[in-house]
Each structure stands twice: as C-alpha cells, then as structure tokens.
Design a binder for this molecule. Structure first.
Ligand code: C2E
Ligand code: CA
Ligand code: CA
Length: 528
C-alpha cells in the first residue's frame, strides 16, 4: 500500500463519506424512480386517452353512416316484405359489418334481408330492444339462427310511425372497435363496448355484465348521440415499465453514489484534513524522557507529535509526518508543533530544572523553507526565558554534503540550539560527511539497538558506529531501548544518553513532569 493510500485509509472519515454517498444515492434512486414512473404514467394515460378518442370517433362515424343508410330506408318499414326485400338485402350486402337488416311493425319482425318474409316476435328476437324508443342499441349473445356470435342490435324507429322501424344486426367480430385492440389483451390491455348493462370485451367471445368488468385501469368514453360506451383498459404502469425504471434507477444511483464517494474523498484531501485538524486542535505533544547514564538522571525529553483524529482515532506520526513532508505542509505542521511545545514548556518549566534538554524533531524540508529562521526565532521567543536547552533532531537523509545544511546548522548553533542527527545509521550518508557538520549528538536508530544480543546483520555495524562516534567526540543517544540488557550493553560501550520504553514511553506533559521529578528524586536517594 502506497503512503498516500495508507494515509488516506487512516485519516479520512471514509465511513462517514460512505454513509453520506449511500444516502445521497438512495435519495437519488427514490427521486429518479418516482419522477420517471410519474412521467411514464402520464404518458401512458395520454396514450390511453388518444387511443380511446380515436376508437370513439371511429365508432361514432360508423354509426352515423349506418344511421343515414337506415334512415334512407325507413320508408320501407311501412311497405310489404315482397316489395322491399330486394332493397333490404342489397343494403345489407353493401354495408360493411351488417349481418342482417330487418323490418318490424307492431312488434312483429315481418321482413329480413336474410330469410325474406317472417312472422317473428320482436320482443322474443331482441328482448332488450325497446321499440318505443326512436333509437336503441343493445348487445346480444347471437340470434336464434347464429346463437354463438355476439351481435349489436340497432333499432331505428321510422319517423312519424309509432310502432314501425328498421333493425340492423351488426356483426361484432367485424366491428371497428376490434381494430383498436391490435395490442390484444397483452399486459392487461383490453377494449370493451358497453350497451345498457351488458358489455363485450375484445378479449372474450361472450357477453358479460358491465358489473363484472374489471374496475381499475380504464378510461371510458361515451359514443356521442348513441347509447353506447367504450372502455379502454391499459395499466398506467406496466410490469416492464416498473422493472426497467428500477434497473435504470439502481444503475444510475450506484454510479452517482460512487462518483460522490470519490469526489468527497478527493475534495477532502489529506492535506486539508491535516490543516483542519490543526485548527480544531486535534494534535498534541507527548514527551519521552532521556536518561543520562553517567549520573542516572533524566536530563532531557523528546517532544513527539500526536494526532487524535475524532473519527479515525490515533494516527501514527510515522504516517502523517511523512505525508506532511511529501505534500509540503510540514512547515505548517511544525509551526503548530512548536506552538504546542512552547505552551507546554511554560508548565514543564515549573517542575523541571533549568538547562533541562528539550528536543524537537525538525524535518530537513523545513530547513529549506523560507520561513525557517523566523519560525525558529518565534519558537525561541515563545519559550520560557533561559530555562530549556533546545535540541533539534534532524534526520540525516536529504542533507548530505549540503552547503545549505552546513550554513543553517551554524546559524542554529549561534541561536544556542544544539543539533542531533536522528535515525543515525539508516540514511544513505557516508559516515565521512559527519565531519563537515558541526553537530552535538548522534541518535542511534532503534534498528541497531534491536540488534544487540541478536545475531543480525546490524550487530557488527553498531560496534563500528559506536567506535566512530567516540573518535568524532560526539555525544550519543540510543533510542528505542527496551531491555535491561540493551541498556547495560550501551552503557558498557560508552553510550551516554538512553531513551526508550525501558525507562518510559512518551507521556503527556503533566505526567512526564511528574515522572521525571519522581525518577530523579529516587535515583538521587539511591546514589546518596
Ligand atoms: P523518532 O524521532 O525516531 O522518534 C522515536 C520514535 O520511537 C517515537 O515514535 C517513539 O515513540 C518510539 N520509541 C521510543 N522508545 C521506544 C522503544 O523503546 N521501543 C519502540 N518500539 N519505540 C520507541 P513516534 O512517536 O511514533 O514517532 C515516530 C517518528 O515520527 C519519530 O521518530 C519522528 O521521526 C517523527 N516525529 C514525531 N514527532 C515529530 C515532530 O514533531 N516533527 C517531526 N518532523 N517529526 C516527528
Ligand atoms: Ca527523534
Ligand atoms: Ca528513530
């Protein structure tokens, strides 16, 4: 895992971003599907109405034409069947959809285009037709001749006659409304023709009662001038509509959610997060005691920066310091650390003796910054006057044979600041360069200390390093000392200063002061 990824994984409130993205995606999903379904619903209803209106005008036109034809024949109903039969059967043949034309008088159907003269009771043949009406239309399940096929019976009374009129039997499977059911009854689509209490739907070959028709998802139209109604059945939202909308909504909101998540991650970059944490005072400093083994007293402390993130918890400086260095915000972070240390120093000064050593870690990158000297001066001015002996711990990496480093070191020493080379032995510097710098301490890296009593590759190197520091007359600090054996070994090899969990972990300022006072008192008493 790269450093950036590592820090990103550690620092950013990813869970919060994730929840936020999921919530936003969910809201988008709801808004998306409800608005899309709303528009599909609207569109479907519009289509239903358009279709219904087209059917309505088609049927209306058909019946108007038929009425004209029937009206033109109305005089026949006062004549005999023999005289009128020819015309009757010709009209029946030439009018689309008409099965039979009949003439009725005094409740008797006396002439039919199909069979000629007859003596049939009108009320038996067409029980629902009311011959007193000028115009009547009824649905009927066939005739005695063809009983299985539903028909539409159309009665038109002859003007001026009380009980004579003409009857058209319209073949319903030929009726124009069937044209509009081209979509069939797929997906709950259907078409129904309603007359009185009876109805015929395109999906069925038998009549049914209007009350038995489905009661949802239809639009109904009156056929103007005729006692007929049309119903168009179609669901406002089909199953396909809903499925496709859900799928599209799901995909787009997933995509959207992922986009939000990544843009949140990017917008809230780690740099910003560190700068925000500085403002919200999430950083604090802990102090680790350094023991002078010559006198067995704690004579110094190293300030170590800590980050307590409100969501992610404790974040190791190993991660955020490196990140701050690579992203160019180490200056801001160090300025903040210096301010925190200076504040703590006023409390520590109350308990710790004068000339107590206070080490802080300085990044070589900060030394190259334009503000470096000002930052140092501000720090010194913020400290309690003439109480602490300040040491800057600087890693050897990145300042090998560097004129600039030499000049800055000189300036620092002029300000009364001592210099320690941190993590000594881990960098790429050849030991020979050490002579070029005016230094005070070498801090031997924990890796070398761990090699003591272990047969690692580092073990012989440690001895070489110790010999060299002796020759260079540099003071040595061993860091990361964890055991009595390590401490003894170092003491026997002339290492003067020891720092590590063996003595104490880094502690908060007040605890550290307390610890140091107690430690020094105890060892003083023992020595006495
Ligand atoms: P460092 O300067 O080498 O600091 C010593 C590190 O070793 C500290 O880790 C300390 O807690 C740890 N340590 C001390 N004694 C023992 C021990 O006996 N055993 C073990 N296992 N560890 C021990 P920490 O605090 O996590 O700091 C890590 C590094 O972060 C530091 O290494 C230093 O390079 C950097 N750092 C910390 N604070 C600052 C700061 O304010 N400014 C800069 N520039 N760097 C800092
Ligand atoms: Ca250090
Ligand atoms: Ca170290």
């Amino acid at each position: 895992m790269g450093l950036k990824t590592a820090l990103r994984h550690t620092v950013l409130p990813k869970r919060r971003y994730l929840i936020r993205s999921i919530l936003t995606a969910f809201i988008l999903f709801i808004v998306f599907i409800s608005s899309v379904l709303y528009f599909i619903n609207l569109k479907n209803n519009q289509q239903k109405i358009q279709l219904g209106q087209r059917a309505q005008s088609f049927i209306s036109n058909y019946l108007q034409d038929l009425t004209k034809t029937m009206a033109s024949m109305s005089h026949l109903s006062v004549s005999t069947c023999n005289k009128t039969f020819d015309q009757l059967s010709r009209n029946a043949a030439f009018n689309v959809g008409i099965r039979v034309l009949m003439l009725a008088r005094n409740n008797i159907v006396y002439c039919s285009s199909a069979i000629g003269s007859s003596e049939l009771q009108l009320s038996t043949l067409f029980p629902s037709i009311d011959p007193r009406k000028t115009l009547d239309i009824q649905l009927q399940q066939g005739t005695p001749v063809v009983p299985s096929r539903p028909i539409l019976v159309y009665w038109l009374r002859t003007p001026g006659e009380e009980n004579a009129g003409i009857i058209a039997i319209i073949e319903l499977n030929m009726s124009p409304y069937l044209l509009f059911t081209s979509t069939g009854n797929r997906n709950n689509r259907d078409f129904a023709l309603l007359a009185g209490d009876k109805a015929l739907s395109a999906s069925s070959s038998t009549l049914t009662l209007v009350s038995k028709l489905p009661i949802t998802n239809y639009v109904q139209f009156m056929v103007p001038d005729f006692p007929l109604k049309l119903r168009l059945y179609a669901p406002s939202l089909s199953r396909d509509n809903i499925l496709f909308t859900l799928l599209a909504g799901l995909l787009s909101s997933l995509l959207f959610g992922a986009l939000i998540y990544y843009s949140l991650l990017n917008r809230h970059s780690v740099e910003r997060e560190i700068l925000r944490s500085i403002r919200s005072k999430e950083f604090f400093v802990q102090y680790q005691p350094i023991v002078d083994t010559n006198i067995d007293q704690i004579t110094g402390i190293e300030a170590l920066l800590r980050w307590q993130h409100p969501i992610e918890g404790f974040i190791s400086p190993e991660v955020f310091i490196n990140y701050a260095e690579s992203q160019g915000i180490i200056v801001e972070l160090t300025q903040h650390m210096m301010m925190l240390v200076a504040t703590d120093a006023h409390q520590l000064a109350k308990k710790l003796p004068a000339n107590f050593k206070l080490s802080i870690n300085i990044s070589p990158n900060h030394m190259k910054a334009a503000s470096f000297r000002k930052d140092v001066t501000d720090f010194l001015n913020a400290l309690p006057k003439k109480h602490f002996l300040i040491i800057f711990e600087i890693t050897e990496r990145g300042m090998i044979d560097n004129e600039y480093a030499i000049r800055e070191f000189k300036w620092l020493r002029n300000q009364g600041i001592e210099i320690a080379i941190d993590d000594f032995g881990t960098g790429h510097s050849a030991l020979i360069y050490l002579e070029k710098y005016t230094l005070d301490y070498l801090k031997i890296d924990r890796a070398f200390i761990m090699s003591i009593e272990k047969n690692t590759l580092f073990a012989p190197v440690l001895d070489t390093v110790l010999k060299l520091t002796e020759e260079l007359k540099l003071k040595t600090v061993a860091e990361g000392v964890e055991t009595y054996q390590q401490a003894e070994y170092l003491r026997n090899h002339g290492v003067t200063f020891i720092q590590g969990f063996f003595y104490s972990r880094p502690l908060n300022a007040d605890v550290a002061a307390e610890f140091i006072v107690n430690f020094n008192q105890k060892t003083c008493e023992i020595q006495a």
